[in-house]
Design a protein around this ligand. Structure first.
Ligand code: 0WD
Length: 267
């Protein structure tokens, strides 16, 4: 029996089969969860419907998280479809492409607003709206962050600021929802080649470097993020909330990079 048997999970943020949310959805399904999906806009509908079908679900709903009326409609739809549910996966972030070109100093007011709205406020809005549907079910919420929240990652810019705010939001929400018996955590994932990642100027160099210098010397996969997501959203993690768990092959523990290679070369 899977560890998520009997759980219902709402998955957001699938753009294609490279999306982190897809890796999470597959792992959830493997562990016995029932799934429902949202897609951001009409262009993504067919792809998300295919994914849903592949993972044994016909529950697919449009939700652009920058629109309050979409989040409200999602609640009504979910209430009619399931009545109640257990897990929300928030795998959504966005900033206009221009914001990744220069430095933080070049951030536009509009770019800042959009990044914070879609990538951070959406977690608050969705949590508030969907919370009543988790009543009495010891619900679990999961969002996705990145190391650029903690340290300077050139060109990550306003998204780094948004991720720092997101991680802080996780802690505040953890406090708020604990009184209802629910938990919320974040996974800080290492870089993965997805659509969102390719908006970031120089992403391939960042990926190359991160892969080479992390202690395991390899890239992380969406399946690895999926397995950690299963744990965090399962009863095994029932005492963990407000946490940011790094799934990055240990990249974030390093203080000096590339030294071993240099030492070997000189020996
Ligand atoms: O290296 C990476 N790929 C990492 C991603 C490392 C660490 C964290 N993350 C985070 C991202 O910042 C994001 O929060 O993981 C989350 C998922 O990102 P992803 O899987 O890398 O990217 P992608 O497959 O592009 O999915 C993100 C999706 C959007 O896809 P597109 O590419 O169409 O922007 O976020 C969704 C959308 O499906 N999204 C929205 N959903 C609802 N309403 C909205 C919106 N307004 N905007 C974007």
């Amino acid at each position: 029996m899977g560890v998520l048997e009997g759980k219902r999970a709402l998955i957001t943020g699938i753009a294609n089969e490279r999306s982190i949310a897809y890796g999470i959805a597959k792992a959830f399904r493997r562990e016995g969860a029932e799934l429902a999906f949202t897609y951001a806009n009409e262009k993504l509908k067919a792809r998300v419907e295919e994914v849903a079908q592949e993972l044994g679900s016909n529950l697919v709903f449009e939700c652009d998280v920058s629109k309050d009326e979409h989040i409200k409609a999602l609640k009504d739809w979910l209430s009619e479809s399931w009545g109640s549910f257990d897990i929300l996966v928030h795998s959504i972030a966005f900033a206009p492409k221009e914001e990744f070109k220069g430095g933080v100093i070049d951030t536009s007011r509009e770019g800042f607003k959009v990044a914070m709205d879609v990538s951070v406020y959406s977690l608050i809005g969705m949590t508030r709206e969907l919370l009543p549907l988790m009543e009495g079910r010891e619900g679990s919420i999961l969002t996705l962050s990145y190391y650029g929240a903690e340290k300077v990652v050139p060109h990550y810019n306003v998204m780094g600021i948004a991720k720092a705010a997101l991680e802080c939001t996780v802690r505040y929400l953890a406090y708020d929802i604990a009184k209802h018996g629910h938990r919320i955590n974040a996974i800080s994932a290492g870089p993965i080649k997805t659509l969102a990642a390719y908006s970031i100027t120089g992403f391939h160099l960042l990926m190359e470097h991160t892969t080479k210098v992390n202690p395991f010397g390899r890239a992380i996969t969406i399946e690895e993020v999926g397995d950690t997501a299963v744990f965090l959203c399962s009863p095994w993690a029932r005492a963990i909330t407000g946490e940011v768990v790094h799934v990055d092959n240990g990249y974030h523990i390093m203080g000096v990079f590339g030294r071993e290679e240099e030492i070997r070369r000189r020996d």
